[in-house]
Design a protein around this ligand. Structure first.
Ligand code: C5P
Length: 236
C-alpha cells in the first residue's frame, strides 16, 4: 500500500521545503495542496471574477470543478547552490503556472477561494486521487488540512510551526530572490497574518493540528534536523 506523510501548518512555516526534501530522500511523490488552491485563484483573477461578490461564487466553483491541475518534478542540472532537490512544476490546464501562483495578488485572495466548501470538495477529490494513484510507493502532501481531512489515514503526521516574524522574514527572502515583483516585508507579514486568521476561522476543514500529529518548531530546528526527524518517524 502507499505510504502517506501529511505535513500541515500555518503560512510560510517551511512546509513545502520540508516536504520536498523528505520526498526526495524517500523517493516519494510530493504534492503541494496549497498550489492547487492558488491555481484556481489565479484562474479566477485572470477572468476578472469579483471575489467576495455572492453572484460570482458559482463561477469560482465551476473553475474548481472543471480545471485540470497536475504536477511534475524536475531535477535541476548541476543544482543551484547545494540544493539539488527536485523542484515541483504546477500545471493549470497544461500551462506551467509555477511562478504565477506565487505572486502577492494570488496570496491575498487564495484564502477566500479556499474557504468555499464546494471548492474544497473538488480539491479534496483530486488530492485523494493523487495520493492513491497506484504507480507510487509513497506520497508527501503539505497543506492545512491534510492530517485532519484529506489523508486522515496518513502513517506520519507533522504540524510545522514557527513564530510569525520568522515566517514572514523567510517568505520575504524567498520572494526577493525571485524578483518577480517589488516585495515589502510589512506587506508579507500582513498577508501571512490575514491568511492564518482566515485559514483558522473558516467553517470547512480549518487549519488544525491533527490529534496524532507531531509538532515541530522550525524557529529552533534546522531544515536538516526536521527532515531527519521525519525520516526517523517513517522507519518506526
Ligand atoms: O500552502 P500555501 O501557503 O501555498 O497555501 C495557500 C492557501 O491555500 C492557504 O493560505 C490556504 O488558504 C489554502 N490552503 C488550504 N488547504 C490546504 C492548502 C492550502 O485551504 N490544504
Amino acid at each position: 500500500s502507499i505510504f502517506k506523510i501529511a505535513i500541515d501548518g500555518p503560512a510560510a512555516s517551511g512546509k513545502s521545503t520540508t516536504a520536498r526534501h523528505v520526498a526526495h530522500r524517500l523517493g516519494f511523490t510530493y504534492i503541494d495542496s496549497g498550489a492547487m488552491y492558488r491555481a484556481i485563484t489565479l484562474k479566477a483573477l485572470r477572468r476578472n471574477i469579483q471575489f467576495e461578490s455572492p453572484s460570482e461564487m458559482p463561477h469560482i466553483i465551476n473553475l474548481a470543478n472543471t480545471s485540470k491541475i497536475h504536477f511534475a518534478t524536475t531535477t535541476p542540472i548541476g543544482g543551484s547552490g547545494n540544493d539539488n532537490t527536485p523542484q515541483t512544476i504546477v500545471y493549470l490546464d497544461d500551462e506551467d503556472v509555477s511562478a504565477d501562483i506565487r505572486t502577492m495578488n494570488v496570496s491575498r485572495n487564495v484564502s477566500f477561494v479556499a474557504a468555499l466548501p464546494e471548492v474544497r470538495k473538488a480539491m479534496l477529490a483530486k488530492q485523494r486521487r493523487y495520493a492513491n494513484s497506484t504507480d507510487i510507493d509513497g506520497v508527501v502532501m503539505d497543506g492545512r488540512d491534510i492530517g485532519t481531512a484529506v489523508l486522515p489515514d496518513a502513517q506520519v503526521k507533522i504540524f510545522l510551526t514557527a513564530i510569525t516574524n520568522v515566517r514572514a522574514m523567510r517568505r520575504y527572502e524567498q520572494l526577493k530572490k525571485k524578483e518577480k515583483e517589488l516585495v515589502v516585508y510589512e506587506e508579507i507579514l500582513r498577508d501571512i497574518e490575514k491568511r492564518d486568521k482566515a485559514d483558522l476561522e473558516r467553517k470547512v476543514s480549518p487549519l488544525r493540528k491533527a490529534i496524532d500529529a507531531v509538532v515541530l518548531d522550525t524557529t529552533t530546528l534546522s531544515l536538516s534536523e526536521i527532515v531527519g526527524k521525519i525520516i526517523e518517524m517513517t522507519n518506526n
